[in-house]
Design a protein around this ligand. Structure first.
Ligand code: VAH
Length: 318
């Protein structure tokens, strides 16, 4: 049985559905701080309200359902974390240590995301290596580096089978983006459908790694199912599908919506976070140690995003 925290988030909402399809709905316990009566996650399998800073509630839920795997996704993303850094520290680190403690006590396998945000301005920017300088200048980045080290510690010290992925910006059409620096890459598709134009808060020429959600979900499952003895790294693997800037999205979208217009209104806070991150990271370790591969490039992702979003907007149109 799998316990997912942050199940109503951008990754959690789709990971819960996918894991329920694969392992059976009753084997995936979705939890989030928000009540979830209405959305289908509660209908399609077990759902519990959980604040991850409440260690006892987390342990009680994990013990009640006898979970053997914990996927800890509940966290504050980079841009919002910069607006309330102390709250972000308490939630991101408090939630993580609580989840690791439950995994230790109940001998669970453990997954939690890291991010390209775990790198900083002194990190090599192009083809960023798996093992390199990590001195991020954001609270989110501090949380991700501390989180990677804490997860490795729980492996070496207590034998907890912890595994993690440094996600690039994730693009999806199921839930709206929630406070990340890469949110522009999701919003641009929604705005293209709705208004045939988009004003980007990240500037022209700002390269960041990105990935379509289906590739991210497959990477989580492939990593978690990999033979433990093949892993040299654990927390956390660089993975990426593309290194793109706002103009690349616009050019691809124009192939489908020729009159699409991209404008800019740079958000200085988000831009400074984006500028501190790599332009492109190297995923060789993930490819070599557990066969990581991405199926979606920018062209294929754009085709699917627009196809999936179209019905949502047509319904509203008529
Ligand atoms: C964020 N979407 O922007 C997340 C992610 C690489 C970006 O960590 O904070």
């Amino acid at each position: 049985k799998i316990l997912i925290t942050g199940a109503l988030g951008q990754i959690g909402s789709e990971l819960t559905t996918k894991l329920r399809d694969i392992y059976g709905a009753d084997n995936v316990v979705a939890t989030d701080i928000r009540k979830n009566e209405e959305t289908q996650l509660a209908q399609s399998g077990p759902y519990e309200v959980l604040d991850v800073t409440d260690a006892k509630s987390m342990f009680d839920i994990a013990e009640t359902y006898q979970v053997d795997t914990i996927m800890h996704l509940a966290a504050l993303l980079s841009a919002i974390a910069e607006t309330k850094p102390l709250f972000a520290w308490n939630l991101n680190m408090g939630g993580l240590v609580n989840a690791l403690e439950v995994a230790r006590e109940l001998q669970c396998q453990f997954f939690t995301p890291s991010s390209i945000g775990a790198f900083g301005p002194t990190t090599p920017k192009n083809n960023t290596p798996q093992d390199t300088v990590q001195r991020p200048t954001t609270m989110y980045g501090v949380n991700k580096v501390a989180g990677e080290l804490l997860c490795d510690y729980y492996y070496h010290k207590f034998g907890v089978d912890t595994r993690g992925l440094r996600f690039p910006g994730l693009i999806s059409y199921v839930t709206p983006p929630g406070g990340g620096t890469t949110d522009y890459a999701v919003e641009i598709y929604y705005e293209a459908m709705k208004n045939v134009k988009y004003t980007s808060n990240i500037g022209k020429g700002t390269y960041m790694d990105m990935m379509y959600m289906p590739d991210a979900l497959n990477a989580i499952i492939a990593l978690m199912e990999a033979d433990s003895s093949t892993l040299i790294h654990r927390n956390a693997f660089n993975i990426t599908a593309m290194s793109v800037e706002p103009e690349d999205f616009a050019a691809e979208i124009k192939k489908h919506i020729p009159e699409f217009k991209l404008e800019y209104a740079i958000d200085a806070a988000r831009q400074s976070i984006a500028d501190s991150w790599p332009n492109s990271i190297d995923a060789t370790a993930a490819k070599q140690e557990w066969g990581f591969k991405a199926e979606y490039d920018l062209t294929k992702m754009t085709e699917d995003m627009l196809a999936q979003l179209r019905p949502k907007f047509l319904l509203k149109a008529n």
